[in-house]
Write a new protein. Structure first.
Lengths: 279, 169
């Protein structure tokens, strides 16, 4: 593949057609990733998308780059390992709110803390869509559309930006699927940021949460410069309604880039593993 | 004549038609996957129309180096290009009438966009080309309006799903 020529966004789309529901916000993120990749002239050979499990985690298949569709909640673990082993690659981890904040919640916190130079895009539709609409960590406490939680989950929703900040993430932004061009800009900025960049995207689930189409009327773009003071950011993230978009927090930070001593030889690793399982 | 003004206008026009075509194509594929073939076929036809209009714009721009503008730096009246259907307006059970009304809204939005240049731009060439584009969008809208009039009324109950997604867990 020769990427010396300038690629268009559509050149970053694979031949695999998405099977998301029509109206799903994840299309918008796919669209934004390809636009950001084209604008940043990313080489398809040197870009890797890593995901977990869920509707949104299907995304790597739809992009013409390298991709790894991992196990539930472990996209960030794989992505960090990859970036440590191959620091020259552009690594983008992605997944949904259930994948990233519940099953993979621990990996999320520690990825924020480690500050390895990669981008994490969490597509948050406040529901487990792939398993037919159960409450997720970000579901409003009174959401009563699932038969599993007929009176609502009854617990306070997770605040991804606040948790990311508390865990040490140096770059935090939020986008909204109704504005793919803004998401594209945020992704381009996230990739360019030298450190762990966390992009929280509100992506409506038209099938299980059709009320999310109302988000368009409450989402608003931040006019100010991103905050650089963690105390001020904490105050904002606890008080806000979660519909403010843009780069919300950015600080300079020492990058943690562990260096793998030497690439492992796959054949010797395989031989060791075989040996370990010998009776 | 300011060449820069014309090039900027053509860059916006090219992006507008390209985005429209790509979005309609994407939606046609998505609706086809979900077995709403009537709407899928309609979106595919709209994608063809956008491709034709893009070819027209590209012919005018032929040989000129259009400015390279980042996707987020285009100056649109709304979040996306005027003729680009927003994702959140769709549903897998949407009717042909609903799809046509959305497309009609797009044509009106594109006409308003071009009309703004046709009536307000300082550059005479931009005004002239924009007026042609605005008229074309108007004629697309009129064609859709006629098709809508000929379409039988469909009950809003069309969205009721015999096999709803939210089954008991």
């Amino acid at each position: 593949m020769n990427d010396a020529i300038v690629l268009k966004p559509r050149d970053y789309k694979s031949g695999v057609k998405p099977i998301w529901c029509p109206g799903c916000g994840h299309y918008s993120v796919l669209n934004a990733i390809t636009k950001a990749a084209a604008a940043a002239c990313l080489s398809r050979d040197d870009t890797v998308l890593v995901s977990g499990i869920g509707c949104s985690s299907r995304l790597p298949a739809y992009v013409d780059s390298y991709g790894f569709h991992g196990v539930h909640g472990r996209g960030l673990a794989v992505a960090q390992g990859l970036k440590v082993a191959r620091p020259e690659l552009t690594v983008i981890a992605l997944g949904g709110d259930g994948d990233g904040f519940s099953i993979g919640g621990n990996h999320f916190m520690h990825a924020c803390r480690r500050n390895i130079d990669l981008t994490y895009i969490a597509m948050d539709n406040e529901v487990y869509g792939m398993t037919k609409g159960q409450a997720s960590p970000t579901t409003p406490l009174d959401w009563d559309r699932s038969k599993l939680t007929p009176h609502g989950p009854g617990v306070r929703p997770f605040k991804p930006a606040a948790v990311a900040l508390a865990a040490g993430a140096p770059w935090i932004a939020r986008g909204y699927s109704g504005n793919p061009n803004q998401i594209a800009r945020l992704i381009a900025e996230a990739i360019a940021y030298p450190g762990f960049s966390f992009l929280h995207v509100l992506t409506q689930c038209i099938t299980y949460c059709p009320e999310q189409t109302d988000w368009k009327s409450v989402v608003r773009e931040l006019d100010d410069e991103p905050l650089g003071n963690a105390d001020e950011a904490a105050a904002r993230f606890f008080a806000e309604d979660g519909f403010q978009t843009g780069v919300l927090y950015r600080r300079e930070s020492a990058l943690a880039q562990p260096v793998a001593s030497s690439p492992a030889d796959p054949e010797s690793v395989f031989a060791d593993l075989q040996g370990a399982f010998q009776p | 004549m300011s060449d820069a003004a014309l090039l900027d206008f053509l860059a916006h026009s090219t992006e507008l038609e390209r985005e429209a075509g790509e979005r309609y194509t994407e939606l046609a594929e998505s609706l086809r996957t979900h077995n709403n073939l009537e709407v899928a076929d309609f979106f595919a036809r709209m994608a063809e129309e956008s491709a034709n209009h893009l070819a027209e714009v590209s012919a005018i721009a032929d040989g000129r180096a259009l400015p390279s503008i980042a996707p987020w730096d285009f100056e649109w009246p709304d979040a996306e290009a005027p003729e680009t259907l927003s994702y959140e307006t769709l549903h897998y059970r949407m009717t042909l009438r609903e799809a046509m009304l959305l497309a009609l809204g797009n044509e009106h939005a594109a006409e308003r966009f071009y009309r703004r240049y046709a009536e307000g731009d300082e550059d005479e060439t931009v005004r002239r080309v924009a007026a042609v584009f605005a008229s074309e969008e108007r004629s697309h809208a009129q064609r859709l309006e006629r098709a809508l009039e000929a379409l039988p009324e469909v009950s809003t109950l069309a969205r009721i799903d015999d096999d709803p997604p939210q089954m008991p867990e």
